[in-house]
Write a protein that binds this ligand. Structure first.
Ligand SMILES: CC(C)(COP(=O)(O)OP(=O)(O)OC[C@H]1O[C@@H](n2cnc3c(N)ncnc32)[C@H](O)[C@@H]1OP(=O)(O)O)[C@@H](O)C(=O)NCCC(=O)NCCS
Length: 168
């Protein structure tokens, strides 16, 4: 980042509209039909594990985490991760990923799932979930169902349906 420096802070309620615009731009109206969206709809994202990236007062990126269960294992679903196209390829996506993963780890979470491209997410430690191990509430390309194991062995124990987990 040149002149203006990047700030990443926990998401605030006032960020909602700008984040919605980032989602609209990245995923279009079809986003509401996506399987990951359906999971997130069932359990709102966690404010303390969701982060907003700003350059000055401009919101340029966002990452969210929502609580899920994967079989008997409690975990998190990461996403959407979005960066304003005008600010892509400057490390903002990576900074958001690292911040949210670190926060999840500090809170004692053991497993993060996401639906996305392995060539991007492998750099953060994500691996492909073995086929047929987890069932999502809708169609997902099995190559794109990825997991980050923060407790060793937790992914192998996560078997069965992935469901939103209501908290509070
Ligand atoms: C994917 C996304 C979040 C990356 O944000 P970013 O700030 O540009 O990411 P970074 O700067 O950390 O990394 C950029 C690098 O990742 C690469 N990259 C981006 N998307 C990629 C993908 N789907 N697969 C493989 N590599 C990818 C870029 O080519 C770039 O490579 P370079 O460093 O060699 O130039 C952003 O492009 C975006 O919002 N895309 C639209 C929404 C989306 O697809 N979200 C992810 C699914 S939930």
């Amino acid at each position: 980042m040149t002149e203006l420096s990047l700030v990443i802070r926990p998401e605030l309620p006032i960020d909602a509209q700008a984040i919605e615009r980032l989602h609209e731009r990245a995923f279009g109206p079809g986003r509401f039909a996506r399987t990951a969206f359906r999971l997130r709809e069932g359990a709102p994202h966690l404010a303390n594990l969701s982060f907003t990236a700003l350059v000055g007062t401009l919101i340029v990126g966002s990452v969210r985490m929502s609580p899920i269960t994967a079989g008997d294992v409690e975990g998190l679903m990461l996403g959407p991760l979005t960066v304003d196209p005008a600010f892509e390829s400057r490390g903002i996506g990576a900074a958001l990923m690292r911040r949210s993963i670190d926060a999840a780890r500090e809170e004692g979470h053991g497993l993060v799932l996401l639906v996305g491209d392995l060539p991007y997410y492998a750099r953060f430690g994500f691996v492909r979930v073995p086929p047929r191990q987890l069932e999502l509430p809708g169609p997902v390309n099995p190559d794109r169902l990825l997991a980050l194991e923060m407790d060793k062995g937790v992914l192998a124990r996560a078997r069965g349906p992935v469901l939103p987990k209501r908290v509070g």
